[in-house]
Design a protein around this ligand. Structure first.
Ligand code: BMA
Length: 849
């Protein structure tokens, strides 16, 4: 296959049915003055920004002034010279990503349509190219025109859905606004464009290596599956579907009059040299052809913290009549995955991810599109996000169903760094018209493409049907809105059946949360959970301490992003809490309750009115409280390891700059104030205190593969100084377990308003972990004045205070890779962090109220 790259600078103009005419862009000559330059691949908002037509939608209230962009029809145009010498040469126009409704016109003739951002568009243009100049025009809109006449009643869950009807539109659902995002519908040629041409009788499509490892870990198998389209000498019929995208679908190809083409398919593991080949007969149309490779005693792929991330390169090639017509490579990993849902001895079932026979406690957050303009995302941004996840001690990201099937770069980085991926099909918090045949075919083709595309990645271990639609039917009346469960069949029948043929190597469940056995989807004891009883109306996150969820998959608390990010949201004159720009960039859970639940959270915990805080004060105090909430969430589930087998919270990252979000890494990739607390709570070796049955217990978490022998100091200290209960013990923390190390009677902990229970784990004088537990909410405690001193000892900064100092803050910007921040000082015990800065750290804030 030969290719001609059509990326680069195109011309771009707009029309809206009154002004301009889209088809003018198809003509031989155009009025240059009406066009701006467009980057391909790219996105129209970005071109309009470069042309000075709109401001950066991330900043201030610019996103509102840019809303007209999503209401226009955008016409891209370019010229190129190419016409094959042989008129029988097969030629295709390939668009990797079109967002969203596209009409493709070549030399004045419509050659294709497309309506799905999640699958590429391939249009055959054989015989339609002219010698010399060819004019290619692509008319695109964000999807609003296509849905104007479509049904909303019975499908829409919120008022705004009547306006944009996102349930029909196959693009990230959060672009239509979410509680943590504004509405910004992307539009544009957002992926690479090329011409492909060949005289060969076959075209190679996706390469899908299905790697599996036997349960004894001794035998790796790869089914190297290559999709090949026999193209001899048939003329494919062009199928134009207004909603769908598929052109030249194989099943519609006319069979050739000649016989099948003989070919040789070879697959090889590059690192071992193992090779296997088979003779095949290529039939007309698109078909899978397979060759199997075996690797004895392969080096295994592990999630981070449990072993190395070994990968192998699989190469396939296709030869026809001794001539290689295509070669493809992929990087796979051998790991055995089991989602253990055996009966739990007390109640329900376990939900434990087991990799290579080892139970893995899963730690992480929910991942949403890392930019509201998807075309802006690049490998560097994903690399920073994956690195920050590692820094926060994550080993999994849940790719939430309202976002994206992420780019190849993202999964490649997760493979390389050992981050497990829970991937949802892109359906969330809505009903979807899956009883519409075109929609059904469109989403089935999308799912087929994505399953094949992502099959090579060892990090991807779970496919899930959607976000919260099962729970929507049980709890929120989704199933009573008109037709009965129109989408049920997609998640319970179509997608699992598709996975069975396309990729049977992965665990699938229909929704998140979901429970097997017909149980309520959010039941604590079975399946995965979204424990949201805390986080909205009820912000008393101490109640997490009693939750015993098997696999908590989202739940969290709200707080500020980093200080410069909050400021970027608020233009001059609006730099105050609840200004108009604030409201726009704030998480909109206000709609869940009045007064605003997150404002109330600060009132409740601190006794302070957010409206009376400066922006700096809000960032500090809001971050301190959010961090405490996320700490409670993570630590509660970790100490129950493996009765609870995850601590995945809502949410990891942001799609645009927010003044208040659920995240620990914000849109500009800055660490939010809550980052530090989460990072400590998820450390591989940790101590966690809990009160149960009138006992205060210390749990030791050891996720390493070695037994840890250490010294434990535990008891109670007074906030003002002194250790009324101070015990020491030698303890043993077995590998990959949570172990109760010590306990004392809760009756020994008197005056809880002026003291904290604590635990310090050390080995040979080296601090391994420490923690503390409070009982009353913070405003009801008697806080002493801290006297924090900081001194330097070479490359360390040493902090100390005679009284307990809560949440010592040395940075609000979130850009520096500090060893710690927002940390506590236990009375009279020095706390050292690596510090190489020229200046000593500045203490910006301490939480003692
Ligand atoms: C969960 C998510 C999102 C939402 C979040 C916070 O249910 O699935 O729908 O953003 O709650 O409100």
């Amino acid at each position: 296959m030969q290719t001609i790259d059509l990326n680069g600078t195109w011309k771009l103009t707009w029309s809206d049915g009154q002004r301009g005419r889209a088809e003018y862009a198809e003509r031989e000559t155009i009025d240059d003055a009406r066009y701006i330059d467009a980057a391909v691949p790219g996105e129209v908002h970005l071109d309009a920004m470069r042309a000075g037509w709109i401001g950066d939608p991330c900043l201030g209230t610019n996103c509102l002034a840019a809303r007209w962009v999503e209401e226009c029809i955008w016409s891209y145009r370019r010229e190129f010279d190419f016409s094959p010498a042989d008129k029988n040469t097969r030629v295709w126009l390939v668009f990797e990503t079109l967002d969203l409704y596209a009409r493709i016109v070549l030399n004045g003739v419509e050659v294709g349509r497309h309506g799905n951002v999640f699958k590429p568009c391939r249009v055959e243009v054989t015989g339609k190219l002219k010698p010399g100049k060819n004019v290619l025009a692509v008319h695109l809109d964000a999807g609003l025109y296509a849905v104007a006449d479509k049904k909303a009643a019975g499908l829409v869950m919120h008022d705004d859905g009547l306006l944009h009807k996102r349930h029909w539109l196959r693009k990230p659902q959060c672009q239509f606004a979410w509680d943590w995002a504004t509405r910004l519908l992307n539009v544009g040629i957002s992926g690479p464009v090329r011409l492909e041409f060949t005289d060969a009788p076959a075209r190679v499509d996706q390469f899908v290596p299905l790697a599996e490892l036997s349960s004894d870990l001794k035998q790796g198998t790869v089914r190297a599956r290559l999709f090949v389209q026999g193209i001899y000498p048939t003329t494919d019929e062009l199928i134009l579907t207004p909603m769908g995208s598929t052109q030249n679908v194989s099943v519609h190809s006319r069979p050739s009059s000649g016989g099948p083409v003989k070919a040789r398919l070879t697959a090889q593991i590059v690192e071992t040299g193992d090779q296997s080949a088979t003779d095949i007969e290529i039939k007309p149309g698109l078909q899978p052809y397979e060759v199997t490779l075996k690797v004895a005693n392969p080096k295994l792929w592990w999630p981070v913290g449990h072993g190395p991330q070994n990968r192998y390169t699989v190469r396939v090639s296709l030869e026809i009549a001794g001539k290689k017509i295509a070669e493809k490579t992929a990087r796979i990993g051998f790991r055995h995955v089991r989602v253990n849902q055996e009966q739990h001895p007390q109640t329900g079932r376990y939900f434990i991810v087991e990799i290579n026979g080892k139970k893995i406690f899963v730690k992480g957050g929910n991942f949403v599109p890392a930019d509201m303009i998807v075309a802006r995302l690049d490998r560097a941004r994903y690399a920073t996000l994956v690195d920050r996840a590692l820094e926060a001690n994550f080993n999994m990201l849940r790719i939430w169903g309202g976002g994206l099937y992420e780019s190849d770069d993202f999964y490649d980085l997760c493979d390389e760094k050992g981050i497990l991926v829970w991937q949802e099909f892109i359906f969330a918090c809505s009903r979807y018209p899956t009883n519409d045949v075109e929609f059904h075919e469109n989403v089935t083709a999308e799912a087929t493409h994505q399953i094949r595309r992502l099959a090579e990645h060892p990090s991807l271990i779970i496919w899930c049907g959607n976000n919260e639609m099962e729970q929507g039917s049980w709890d929120w009346g989704y199933d009573k809105k008109g037709e009965i469960l129109p989408d049920y069949g997609l998640f319970h029948l179509v997608l699992p059946r598709l996975l069975k043929t396309e990729d049977p190597t992965r665990y699938y469940q229909p929704s998140s949360p979901y429970s097997p056995d017909g149980s309520h989807p959010n039941r604590d004891e079975i399946g995965d959970q979204h424990p949201w009883s805390i986080g909205f109306h009820n912000t008393d996150f101490r109640e997490y301490r009693r939750m015993a969820c098997r696999f908590p998959n989202e739940g969290g608390t709200l707080g500020p992003t980093a200080l410069p990010t909050v400021l970027a949201c608020l233009p001059e004159g609006q730099q105050k809490v609840q200004s108009f720009a604030w409201q726009l960039h704030d998480n909109s859970v206000d709609s869940w309750g009045f007064p605003s639940p997150p404002d109330q959270m600060l009132e409740k915990w601190l006794g302070r009115d957010i409206r009376k805080m400066s922006i700096e004060e809000y960032v500090y105090w809001g971050g301190l409280v959010q961090g405490e909430g996320l700490k409670e969430y993570c630590e509660n589930f970790r100490r129950r390891m493996f009765d609870s087998a995850s601590a995945i919270f809502w949410m990891y990252n942001d799609t645009w700059p927010a003044v208040r979000s659920w995240t620990i890494v914000d849109y500009y990739l800055r660490r939010t104030p809550a980052f530090w607390s989460v990072r400590r709570a998820l450390a591989p070796v940790h101590v966690i205190l809990a009160i149960e049955d009138r006992q205060v217990s210390v749990f030791g978490i050891n996720e390493t593969s070695e037994t840890i022998r250490a010294e434990l100091r535990f008891g109670v200290f007074n906030l003002a100084g002194g250790y009324p209960l101070d015990r020491k013990d030698k303890v043993v923390l077995p590998p990959n377990a949570s172990t109760k190390l010590a306990s004392f009677s809760a009756g020994e902990w008197t005056d809880a308003a002026a003291s904290l229970a604590f635990a310090i784990l050390e080995h040979d004088g080296k601090l391994l972990a420490r923690n503390r537990l409070q009982q009353p909410i913070f405003k009801d405690m008697r806080w002493p004045k801290p006297h924090v001193t900081v001194r330097r000892d070479g490359n360390r900064a040493i902090f100390e205070s005679p009284a307990f100092a809560w949440g010592v803050c040395v940075d609000l910007n979130g850009e520096q890779p500090l060893a710690d921040n927002f940390f506590d000082l236990y009375p009279g015990i020095p706390y050292a962090i690596p510090w190489t800065g020229a200046q000593n750290p500045t203490i910006l804030n301490v939480g003692n109220l």
